[in-house]
Design a protein around this ligand. Sequence first.
Ligand SMILES: Cc1ncc(COP(=O)(O)O)c(C=O)c1O
Ligand SMILES: C[C@@H](O)[C@H](N)C(=O)O
Length: 367
Amino acid sequence: MATKVVDLRSDTVTKPSEAMRAAMAAADVDDDVLGADPTACRFEAEMARIMGKEAALFVPSGTMANLISVLAHCDARGSEVILGHDSHIHVYEHGGISTLGGVHPRTVPNNPDGTMDVDRIVAAIRSTDGALYYPTTRLICLENTHGNSGGKCLTVEYTDKVGEVAKAHGLKLHIDGARIFNASVALGVPVDRLVRAADSVSICLSKGIGAPVGSVIVGTKAFIHKPKILRKTLGGGMRQVGVLCAAAEVGVRDTVGKLADDHRKAKVLADGLKKIKQFTVDLSSVETNMVFFDMADPRISPAKLCQALKQRNVLAMPTSSKSVRFVVHYQISDSDIQYTLKCIEEAVEEILACDAKSERCSTNGTS
Ligand SMILES: Cc1ncc(COP(=O)(O)O)c(C=O)c1O
Ligand SMILES: C[C@@H](O)[C@H](N)C(=O)O
């Protein structure tokens, strides 16, 4: 029997459910590049409806969804996008908007809650009277929930405010909504209301929603025409993609309703960590499915802890030289959470005992 692994590295690690696999096998498909795949068309129409936008486009990944969205809005040479210094687009997408799209990033500091100060966004907008020197600001990007801040939610009030700034300055607003459903559930705000101010949104199907592959870009019908061309340009035009959309349909139907439980389990995990004195965790920062915690004992490093947990079939990821991240998803059970906490306690004991032993060895002069 396969060893049970509690995989808390990310919510991207879920395996397709039996219902997803059955839907994939039974999917009615055709050539999506020719616009003929019935399952893709049905799914895209449903996602547009859910998100309150006119149109939607299925793409292979969240990275490609963000890249295509930025390039579609910034389709003139010398364009600049305002985005968070700690945003996924800026930190984890290989600078694709610049290296592939020629778009210049203008970063604004992300606050601990994932927002960027509105006055700093306004200050970052290039004035047109500096045209000889300045790129042209065309786009503002937000990220909701904000991954590197621990899955924090951007409120609808904040999002609307940034939308007003964009409109007042003739700019567009894109939301990296990889986990927008987590934000919607945690805030208790309908997802279409949460993104109303945005001109485009990218939504990951392969995270909390649990689909094996894909993201969706939503926006106006006129806007989506450009992403469709850019998707093909980037090699993302796929043929019988209904096989993948069928799984995503099941995820949207079955898994969005489980996100609140992911958030509850994350809080249980954080509460358990709080009781272990070798770690520090800010319970108020656990708003959705992510738990970031810091090492409070110099004898315990993120790498040592993750290694010791891995030996107990619990997987996690260091996020810095002093912190570790757990990401909960619907394939993590309550007993998995309790098992993880037990393994953490054992791992701490093991690391400290090993450290004490090596300490005794070094004071005794034996190596
Ligand atoms: C906030 C955010 N945006 C975009 C992405 C990119 O998605 P993908 O991994 O599908 O390229 C991720 C992570 O995967 C993410 O966490
Ligand atoms: C690391 C990042 O690319 C991924 N989106 C995650 O959160 O796991």
